[in-house]
Write a protein that binds this ligand. Structure first.
Ligand SMILES: Nc1nc2c(ncn2[C@@H]2O[C@H](COP(=O)(O)OP(=O)(O)OP(=O)(O)O)[C@@H](O)[C@H]2O)c(=O)[nH]1
Length: 758
């Protein structure tokens, strides 16, 4: 189910008619990953470089993301990457004592709280050994699940990623989430086990977790030299050398022979690497069966093939904070992650009934680009764009496929966190930003000769909302700020409560909404009063319900008449149900003239916006129109639209309606002595404990808890664990609330409505 839905929506995943640029000669068998197909390509780069200069440029280009669970060290790692590539002159720490903060956490709020809120883009140039300069576009994404859309949109346009894991905590709940997001967009990844300087760090436990929990074959390319306080470098199992970071900031790599005492362990781990590769790569499998030893080049090529085919993740290790092992990650990005010409991207051709078409990253092809992120800058709207084919020049005209509007690109820049550099032209495969173009996140741009759309990315529904009012009424800035945030962030929604007329903001969690309220204050000077956070309840039905409704009004002039007969029922589930429409008309013989049917459908959709139990949106209901009647003079679209709305409400009451609430997957980590208290607290919140795992001195508890019972959990956990416990939660599913809770919610809603009417 997952795949058929997303394969269709996300063009990168669609591959009904895979065809490849003629220069891609050697195609590996296509890999099935969760049913989504992606071609893995191994290309003869030297040959291609001669054929087309674009290929030379692309071969040295990497578009990568850095994703991980909260606090794994993404920003710290990126800071080192920028330093070693000469992009910044000094290293600043996240929440560091110098008060400066890391480069990529450019927002004041990010620096204060020590968390990444917005993904930041930058680019740098890395000199990869004797192979020359490689250009790397990097997007550092937030780890907190409340900002998950930032990860979605980054992965949508990236070709590869570095998955950062903590050397102590390993695979955590958000690691699983970002892994799922990477799979959704078929993004190959390297794994970097960070924080090896911490007490209890064990990279090989973490590799086991990658294999078991993320279900992807993984093997170390290195082993550590020393652990915890003694950690000083790594053994490169492929080159068979010991590598140490020296100098003030670890900028010098010293290469030595492997210490004698590490040779047996290094030999064992190299063998493990080859065996793992043999499982996923035919060439290494053949060599292995012949009981031969693959050469260094054969191993490197196999890792590259298997990584790009998403069959394997090579694992590197180090400590970003202690400046150890980061340069090898950059080498691995160049060696094992794909360049833009090795990733298969498609668009839908609107002129050809939305048939999928390949996008070929040639500069001479017509321009196609995807706007994946918007930001309000000092000089107007900043639109981040990935150029898929053709090139984009400053001053040129581009056409927005959705609106058909032709616009001039007044300014083109490359981003370096919150700074930018003006450029005249950006080639295929690159990431850049345009100024002063009015569009929405997810819009496709072309040069106007094509009508391609790249379709949107996966946007999760909000789970929490709260009422918000400015302290000073009639503030123009209030709506300006809300409009801007809404345009920038598809998971942030604004609506007006039809009864109370209050402005309601909805998002992915308390932190998400809290950040926007704070940004209103800082960036727009508006202090707001907020209501109690409310869970994003839904309503649905559990049985069919019939309707037979006549909407009739005679008020002097033209009357209104519309009669509808039919039933509503729960949307069928399962694979076969995907093609069943949620609105069906079985009316025959012209009892309702066909021109009124769309109005009836509209009435049904209006009714879905607010259920009769507590006024929350209705999900999972199908409307079947069987019969009806019309009046030659008094029937109108409006009359039928209203008839459908009232009919729906009538049937809804009979169809055993229930309220659904969001259930969260909660993961708590705390020192072992607090295990009893933490579990007790989760039980008190009516959570279902799914798993508890004890690791050295701490434990990890995973539970399903309704979001409604999670309010105030962070302060409870802090109090219960002397501030040593951490938790993360993520939306899992909607489930019916208990009947007594439903009664309470309905009574509360009725009371509120009665008070509003007075
Ligand atoms: N001991 C140790 N601490 C580290 C290391 N890398 C990062 N940290 C610390 O871990 C904390 C989180 O680091 P960040 O780089 O902000 O992590 P992040 O993954 O970017 O965080 P979010 O974006 O907020 O999810 C900071 O206090 C860092 O100083 C490391 O290698 N060793």
């Amino acid at each position: 189910m997952f795949c058929s839905r997303f394969c269709f929506k996300n063009s990168r995943l669609t591959s009904p008619t895979l065809c490849f640029p003629p220069w891609i000669k050697t195609l590996q068998p296509r890999t099935e990953i969760h049913g989504c197909r992606q071609a893995s390509t191994a290309t003869d780069s030297s040959l291609k470089e001669q054929i087309d200069p674009d290929l030379k440029r692309l071969g040295r280009l990497r578009n990568i993301g850095i994703s991980a669970h909260i606090d794994s060290g993404k920003t710290t790692l990126t800071e080192r990457v920028l330093y070693y590539t000469g992009r910044i002159k000094s290293i600043h720490e996240v929440r560091g004592k110098d008060g400066e903060g890391a480069k990529m956490d450019s927002m004041e709020l990010e620096r204060e709280r020590g968390i990444t809120i917005q993904s930041a883009a930058t680019y740098c140039t890395w000199k990869w050994g004797n192979k020359g300069d490689y250009n790397i576009n990097i997007i550092d994404t937030p780890g907190h699940v409340d900002f998950t859309i930032e990860v979605e949109r980054a992965l949508r346009v990236l070709d590869g990623a570095i998955l950062v894991l903590c050397g102590v905590s390993g695979v955590q709940s958000q690691t699983i989430t970002v892994d799922r997001q990477m799979r959704r967009y078929n993004v190959p990844r390297l794994s970097f086990i960070n924080k090896l300087d911490r007490i209890g760090a064990n990279p090989f436990n973490i590799i086991d977790q990658i294999r078991q929990k993320l279900k992807i074959p993984a093997a170390a390319l290195q082993i550590p030299i020393g652990v915890e306080d003694e950690f000083k470098g790594v053994v490169d199992l492929i080159r068979w050398k010991a590598l140490y970071n020296e100098g003030n900031r670890g900028e010098t790599i010293i290469e030595k022979e492997i210490p004698e005492n590490l040779i047996p362990f290094a030999t064992e781990k190299k063998q493990e690497l080859i065996e793992n590769l043999a499982d996923v790569d035919d060439q290494i499998a053949d060599i292995f069966l012949m009981e031969e030893t693959p050469t260094q080049t054969q191993i490197v090529d196999a890792i590259r093939r298997a990584t790009i085919a998403n069959k394997f993740t090579p694992v590197l290790m180090g400590s970003a904070f202690k400046n150890t092992g980061v340069q090898h990650v950059l080498d691995a990005v160049c060696a094992y992650l794909p360049n833009p010409s090795e990733v298969h991207n498609t668009a839908l051709d609107i002129r050809q009934k939305e048939a999928p078409v390949d996008l070929i990253p040639y500069t001479k092809n017509p321009f196609v680009g995807l706007a994946f992120k918007l930001e309000e800058g000092k000089y107007g709207q900043l639109t981040y764009l990935r150029v898929y084919q053709g090139s984009l020049k400053k001053g040129s005209f581009v056409v927005n496929t959705k609106t058909s509007k032709k616009v001039k690109v007044p300014r083109l820049v490359r981003m370096h966190s919150n700074e930018m550099e003006d450029v005249e032209e950006v080639g295929a495969g690159e990431i850049c930003a345009m100024f002063g173009i009015d569009c929405s996140s997810g819009d496709t741009f072309t040069d106007g000769t094509l009508e391609y759309t790249m379709t949107s990315m996966f946007v999760p529904d909000p789970v929490i909302s709260l009422a918000i009012t400015p302290k000073v009424k009639e503030s123009v800035n209030f709506s300006k700020a809300l409009n801007r945030f809404q345009r920038e962030d598809p998971t942030f929604r604004v609506s007006i409560d039809p009864e109370s007329k209050e402005t309601i903001i909805s998002g992915m969690g308390e932190l998400h909404l809290d950040i926007y309220v704070e940004r209103m204050r800082r960036e727009y000077n508006i202090d707001c009063i907020t209501g109690k956070p409310q869970v994003a309840f839904r309503e649905t039905i559990t049985a069919p319900g019939k309707f037979d409704y006549t909407h009739k009004k005679q008020t002097g002039g033209a009357g209104q008449y519309g009669k509808v007969i039919g039933f509503i029922e729960p949307m069928p589930e399962g694979e076969d149900a995907e093609d069943i429409p949620d609105f069906e008309s079985r009316v025959t013989g012209g009892n309702i003239p066909s021109q009124f049917i769309p109005a009836i459908e509209k009435g049904f959709r209006d009714a879905l916006e607010s259920g009769t139990l507590i006024g929350h949106p209705v999900n999972g209901v199908r409307f079947v129109l069987e019969d009806g009647a019309f009046h030659a003079v008094d029937s109108s679209e409006l009359a039928f639209r209203l008839a459908a709305q009232y009919a729906f409400r009538e049937a809804f009451q009979k169809a055993k309606p229930v309220i659904l609430e969001p259930i969260m997957n909660v993961e708590v980590t705390a020192p072992i002595e607090f295990q009893g208290t933490v579990i007790g607290n989760l039980n008190k919140r009516k959570g279902t404990i799914l798993d508890t795992e004890v690791q050295e001195d701490h434990f990890i508890a995973t539970a399903e808890v309704s979001l409604n019972n999670m309010f105030g959990y962070s302060s409870d956990l802090r109090a219960a664990t002397q501030g040593k416990g951490e938790f993360s939660m993520e939306y899992k599913k909607h489930e019916p609330v208990f009947p007594n809770i439903q009664e309470e919610l309905v009574a509360e809603y009725k009371k509120k409505r009665a008070a509003e009417k007075k």
